[in-house]
Write a protein that binds this ligand. Sequence first.
Ligand SMILES: Cc1cc2nc3c(=O)[nH]c(=O)nc-3n(C[C@H](O)[C@H](O)[C@H](O)COP(=O)(O)OP(=O)(O)OC[C@H]3O[C@@H](n4cnc5c(N)ncnc54)[C@H](O)[C@@H]3O)c2cc1C
Length: 391
Amino acid sequence: MSGVMGKASEVAIIGAGIHGASAAFHLASRGVKPAVFEQVAPAGGPTGRSSAICRAYYTNPYLARVAYASLEMFRSFADLTGGRNCGYHQTGAVYLHPDADATALHEAASYMNSIGTRIEMLSPKDLRREFPLFNADDIGVAAWEPGAGYADPVATTVGLLSRACELGATQRLYTRVAGLKARAGGGARLSLESGETTECERLLIAAGPWTRSLVAQLGVELPLTVERHYVATIRWHDAREMRFAHADIVGGYYCKPEGEDLYCIGPLTPEPEVDPDEPVRGLDTEESHALARLATKRIPRLKEAVSTGGWASLYDVSPDWMPVIGEIAPGVFVDAGTSGHGFKLGPALGADVAALVMGKEVDAGIRDFTPDRFTAGHTLSAGYGSAKILG
Ligand SMILES: Cc1cc2nc3c(=O)[nH]c(=O)nc-3n(C[C@H](O)[C@H](O)[C@H](O)COP(=O)(O)OP(=O)(O)OC[C@H]3O[C@@H](n4cnc5c(N)ncnc54)[C@H](O)[C@@H]3O)c2cc1C
């Protein structure tokens, strides 16, 4: 196969995580037929290991709008994708904050309510009454988002990509893009590991933790780093008493139900940087115990739960913990750096990313996420304190 020149495409996408799959879906829905290159299977990278909590609880107004639109897509997924199921469960979510967050939270809640995301503010007294499982001693303020939930990240990604293919996209699975060169007139020439090369007029790189090394081949330096993040799972026989998700900003962890009696628990805070090309170390016992200590401090009755395992995966993080989206060279775009909150953004963000790639009108809010903001000194604020993952 060495030296074979494949068919040129108008648009190519590297990566079939939720972001690449969603962009393919929205491009194909607009009549563009992208070629999607994925080194493993759809959602075979970090997306498939996501806790997949879906909420529209954001401090950034643009992301709050995108997350709201994504929740609408999860709910109407079957209609959008020819009858496919994304496994969305609406459970609601509670957010537990220190008093110091009160002003920022009220402001964010007011915006979220104004665009249709219902957020109810709870005083510690309300919290004790409505959610008696929590030890609320160190909580200053809390919020309840009834529309939040979780989805199946693999089913969502496969559903969007499969629908894109029905509409004319092509998927090249188990096909690693090994080399990238800028193409005269815009776009890029892609060299596949097999030796084949192909060209595209426009390229979207949505390669998660491997985005930085791909764009470096075009002479572009993106300040993305990669962290290993883990999830511990527990089983609790009284799980019917806690069907909702919660994020404990004071304690630094999140917890979401998974099916009938399981929960996934993970940290809300940064972890050390790792090399994405090294094997990912699985969850270790001390990490699992540390998460259990946080969860049982907040919910003493979880002492009755048993550990059932867990896993670890990677995510790519920008210096301000906000996504990096935009054109980095003529006709070459990135959508990456979504850290620990990018799954739920993916379905609706793909519409704006598709518009950006095709040079069409787009919500101007996306321009704040331009990759050159770090050199221009326009970094964004994210989340609350060290829980930047809340966006
Ligand atoms: C443990 C964990 C828990 C999380 N929990 C949540 C959560 O509850 N809610 C939430 O919203 N978000 C969560 N996230 C974050 C979310 O999963 C990510 O933001 C999102 O999945 C990123 O999607 P992506 O498409 O940008 O990247 P990825 O999923 O990283 O996809 C990139 C794809 O590109 C492919 N690729 C890379 N290089 C090449 C190449 N050279 N050639 C071909 N293919 C290539 C990879 O194989 C991969 O499939 C979590 C993440 C982790 C790790």
